[in-house]
Design a protein around this ligand. Structure first.
Ligand SMILES: NC(=O)c1cc2c(N)ncc(C(N)=O)c2s1
Length: 312
């Protein structure tokens, strides 16, 4: 019977991956729910088979009194900002003066909550907030409820992967409508709603908030055998992580400016909020040559969209 349970666990984890990472479900929700309830019943009969990578244990039991503090293995730094083309060109000149010609990786800057996910031998073991960049909060039980976060990845890799947890715009509108119906205070924007949801001490509440995640960096690229940001992202895809596929390689700063122009005009069509574009030197060896200031990487910059004037 253990075989049957393992097969069901793997099958439901795959359905989660198809639905929440690929956005291409292969079975209707009704089939997923039917199989999940069958698995819950079987695991109750055979509790030993209820491992912590089973899809039934995404929503943990205990309500916490507070989040424990966790020191990051490597600090979660912030990005320096650019607000116009001139500042981006100045960044490009600094880069080329230091490391010569480069390719740039352009990525959407997700307006959510930065999180760090630790995997050991391919299993999700700990998730934390950015906190002050050096020490974050352990919100593992809340992050486990995000179905886009794999509880187990394809290969038994051990590394830390970082990204942004976010609430899709549609979920934000729905949550605020529910709160309004109950006369509760509303969230100002999806970012605050995501942060508020991950600060819930009861994982059952976080589980209902339909959060998602985009992962965008890895602390130890040797495990992934990636020599560029572009390759690292493709390897994260292969391992079963959710990354943002609007990313583009640009062979010079003019192509970066075109990418920024495009998303300045099209970001309202996305089903999640972005507040800018992150531009990174693509080759890892050149990132390492450039290193970091006390606060930020020298090899990356965040172009920030002009604050949208609020139509009152
Ligand atoms: N503070 C940071 O280092 C970053 C913050 C973000 C963000 N909010 N969204 C996307 C990326 C990315 N694609 O690299 C980064 S990097």
């Amino acid at each position: 019977m253990e075989e049957k349970i393992k097969e069901l666990q793997d099958r439901l984890n795959r359905y989660n991956y198809e639905y929440h990472v690929l956005d291409t479900p292969s079975v209707p929700d009704s089939e997923y729910d039917r199989l999940l309830h069958e698995l819950i019943a079987l695991e109750e009969q055979y509790p030993a088979s209820k491992t912590d990578t089973s899809p039934t244990v995404r929503v943990g039991g205990e309500v916490m009194s507070r989040f424990e503090k966790v020191a990051h293995d490597t600090p979660m730094l912030s990005l320096s900002n650019a607000f116009n083309a001139e500042e981006l060109r100045a960044f490009d000149k600094r880069v080329r003066d230091m490391v010569g010609e480069v390719d740039y990786m352009c990525e959407l800057k997700i307006d959510g909550l930065a999180v760090s996910l630790k995997y050991e031998a391919g299993r999700f073991v700990q998730g934390t907030t950015r906190g002050d960049g050096t020490v974050g909060e352990n919100i593992t039980s809340n992050l486990r409820t995000i179905k886009a976060i794999p509880l187990e990845i394809k290969n038994p890799l051990s590394f830390e992967v970082r990204g942004e947890a976010y609430m899709p715009k549609a979920s934000f509108e729905k949550l605020n409508a529910e709160k309004e119906g109950k006369g509760e205070g509303l969230f100002q924007n999806p970012r605050n709603a995501a942060a508020g949801s991950l600060r819930q001490l009861d994982p059952k509440l976080a589980a209902r908030r339909n959060l998602s995640v985009f992962l965008y960096s890895v602390n130890d690229l040797t495990e992934l055998e990636a020599v560029s940001q572009s390759e690292a992202m493709d390897r994260l895809d292969q391992e079963g992580f959710k990354t943002n596929h609007e990313r583009r390689l640009a062979d010079d700063i003019e192509a970066v400016l075109e990418y920024i122009e495009y998303w300045t005009n099209h970001r309202n069509g996305l089903d999640y909020d972005i507040d800018g574009i992150v531009v990174k030197v693509n080759e890892i060896s050149k990132q390492e040559q450039m290193g970091f200031t006390a606060k930020s990487p020298r090899w990356a910059i965040a172009y920030k969209f002009p604050a949208e004037e609020v139509v009152t």
